[in-house]
Ligand binder design. Structure first.
Ligand SMILES: Nc1ncnc2c1ncn2[C@@H]1O[C@H](COP(=O)(O)OP(=O)(O)OP(=O)(O)O)[C@@H](O)[C@H]1O
Ligand SMILES: [Mg+2]
Length: 276
């Protein structure tokens, strides 16, 4: 079930885990300023799984980068547990679309790298890394190097690495975009299991509406650039035990709602591209 909601203020009577307030971002470019994000607000509670969908170029990665601390907002603020985000931090685990593993380190060393950097001793860091590799189903591959793994396995290492610092929030920018459909569906089931096991808060960017409906407790559809929330929903398909939920009439109806919202925004995004 997809139910319209507002995520602009705190929901369910809880103090938000992540609070984005009046946030906007403009970049300067040789042809003048590019307004990537229009001022908007968004609240996420602990344990929420937010999927962000929106047309290409609407500012999704920019939003994630601000929350990750890689970009500073032009206006407004992003706070985690009431603390202003000013730069990257171990309490935010980031997974990119692909790559980003250290090819010269074993899989185990890649996952242990974060805890080691935080001053945890080698034995403990390796122990924690091994537990996480088991969690993502890669215990047997600990001694391998990233280039010896398939794309799907590398993304699982990336997820284990992001979990290694026991972050409060996972920030994922289209982590499964480069994978084939079968691998992608298996990993979606796996990430849902990991999310349910760990109770982490997740912000997940995707172009796949099915993926968003399968995973999310909350979905925002963004407008074309400058991006802001066009519509927000709570979604309950992630709680279903039905393995064929994606074939249900309710799922199809929910998909139509999101497709309808995205279609008009995609047209606007294309018009902007032509105009530039
Ligand atoms: N460092 C930068 N300098 C100038 N413009 C930028 C910079 N980063 C992003 N932009 C612009 O900001 C806008 C939003 O980019 P962003 O990468 O956030 O979009 P997106 O929604 O993630 O797109 P996609 O779905 O294609 O990944 C785009 O018009 C992009 O060209
Ligand atoms: Mg992007």
């Amino acid at each position: 079930m997809l139910v319209p909601t507002s995520l602009e203020t705190s929901h369910a009577g809880q103090r938000p885990k992540l609070e984005i307030r009046g946030l906007s971002k403009a970049f300067s470019s040789p042809s003048g300023p590019v307004q990537a994000l229009a001022p908007f607000s968004l609240c996420l509670n602990k344990g929420d799984f937010l999927c962000v969908v929106g047309p290409s170029g609407c500012g999704k990665t920019t939003l994630l980068n601000v929350v990750a601390g890689f970009e500073t907002p032009t206006t407004g603020t992003a706070t985690l547990d009431g603390k202003l985000i000013r730069g990257p931090g171990a309490e935010r685990g980031v997974v990119f679309q692909q790559g980003a593993l250290f090819n010269w380190m074993s899989v185990l060393e890649n996952v242990a790298f974060g805890p080691r950097s935080c001053g945890i001793n080698a034995a403990e860091a390796r122990g924690r890394a091994m537990e996480l590799l088991e969690l993502v189903g890669l215990g047997a591959f600990a001694a391998k190097y990233p280039y010896q793994l398939s794309g799907g396995m590398q993304q699982r290492v990336g997820i284990a690495r992001a979990l290694a610092n026991d972050p409060d929030i996972l920030l994922m920018d289209e982590p499964f975009a480069a994978l084939d459909q079968q691998t992608r569906e298996l990993l979606q089931e796996e990430i849902r299991r990991i999310w349910k096991t760990t109770g982490k808060t997740v912000m997940w960017i995707t172009h796949s509406i099915e993926e968003a409906l399968f995973l999310a407790t909350h979905i925002i559809v963004m407008t074309s650039r400058p991006g802001r929330t066009k519509a927000a929903f709570t979604s309950s398909f992630t709680h279903s035990d039905d393995p064929y939920i994606a074939s249900s009439p309710e799922f199809a109806a929910a998909k139509r709602v999101i497709v309808g919202l995205l279609r008009s925004e995609a047209k606007e995004a294309q018009r902007l591209e032509v105009a530039e």
